[in-house]
Design a protein around this ligand. Structure first.
Ligand code: C5P
Length: 288
């Protein structure tokens, strides 16, 4: 049996630079892996692929589930004559802007690659990942990356200095969330990527991300689409979190702290937990 942890990400910066002819958007983003993770186990089976999940919504997706599709794509591409039993245990909130589904898909490509003894060239694994979703290629590489194009161009950045993210995950559910949020962007939300490239340059110099370089193009749209999100933001500020940021297209909000402010991060986490919010104190991952 093979086990893989599928880690969540936050977007330290996310700029949308334009709309493309294929319906997608070009972006420039810095993504960072955090230590909140789902767990997947893989066992060999005859020819069938089955996915069991502790989350009824995902279990009900059947062959539409991204883990199942990742497994099938690898099985077909590498012409594997075997199947697999996959067990998925969720911890990352779904449709939250934390990349949980994409990370599960990447972990499936990597876990089944090992289980089935497949050695596809890295480039080909990367292409399979991009077929499954725009964010999936990043998760094959981790841990801090500068992402461009539709999401498929991933450049590794050096690990950022140690720190924490307090993740606040409000229970807002919007059908076809990512598509809807991209569809809510207009010209004023688009920019040329310069702030996020400056963020990447600061990380290359070994600096901890500063709030002024953490821009997210979805902020305006997210506070409109997720009713009540601004109340949650105010609640986080009242509890002591001063620089509140959105992850991906939301609705997760986070506050970033360097290692030297661990006690502040812990205090914010405790305070928000006591108020009944779904909140995680996650470490920034420097190495997988
Ligand atoms: O690639 P993925 O399946 O995750 O994308 C979901 C939806 O998000 C797409 O159908 C598209 O509407 C939108 N999207 C986009 N530009 C991107 C990534 C996603 O417009 N770079």
């Amino acid at each position: 049996m093979i086990t893989r942890n599928a880690y969540a990400k936050i977007n330290l910066g996310l700029e949308i630079t334009g709309r493309r002819d294929d319906g997608y958007h070009d972006l420039v983003s810095v993504m960072q892996i955090v230590d909140l993770h789902d767990t997947l186990t893989f066992e060999e089976d005859d020819t069938e692929i089955t996915v069991e999940c502790d989350y009824p919504i995902l279990a009900a997706e059947g062959k539409n589930n991204l883990v199942w599709r990742a497994a099938r794509l690898l099985q077909e591409t590498a012409q594997v004559g075997k199947g697999a039993r996959i067990q998925l245990t969720k911890a990352i909130p779904m449709s939250a802007g934390l990349g949980g589904g994409s990370s599960d898909a990447a972990a499936t490509l990597s876990g089944l690659g090992e289980l089935w003894g497949i050695s596809l060239p890295k480039r080909e694994m990367h292409n399979l990942a991009a077929l499954l979703g725009s964010d999936v290629p990043f998760f094959l590489e981790g841990t801090t990356g500068l992402i461009e194009g539709r999401g498929e161009r991933v450049m590794q950045l050096p690990p950022i200095p140690m720190g924490f993210a307090v993740l606040v995950c409000p229970p807002f559910h919007v059908p076809r969330k990512t598509e809807r949020l991209y569809g809510s962007l207009d010209r004023q939300d688009m920019s040329n990527g310069i702030i996020t490239r400056q963020l990447a340059a600061a990380i290359r110099r070994g600096e901890f991300p500063t709030a002024s370089l953490q821009f997210n193009a979805f902020e305006r749209a997210a506070y409109r689409v997720f009713e009540g999100l601004d109340d949650v933001r105010q609640q986080v500020i009242r509890a002591g979190g001063d620089e509140v940021r959105l992850s991906g297209s939301g609705p997760t909000l986070y506050v970033l702290y360097p290692q030297s402010q661990e006690s502040k991060a812990t205090a914010l986490h405790e305070a928000l937990k006591a108020e009944g919010l779904r909140v995680f104190l996650a470490g920034l991952v420097r190495e997988l």
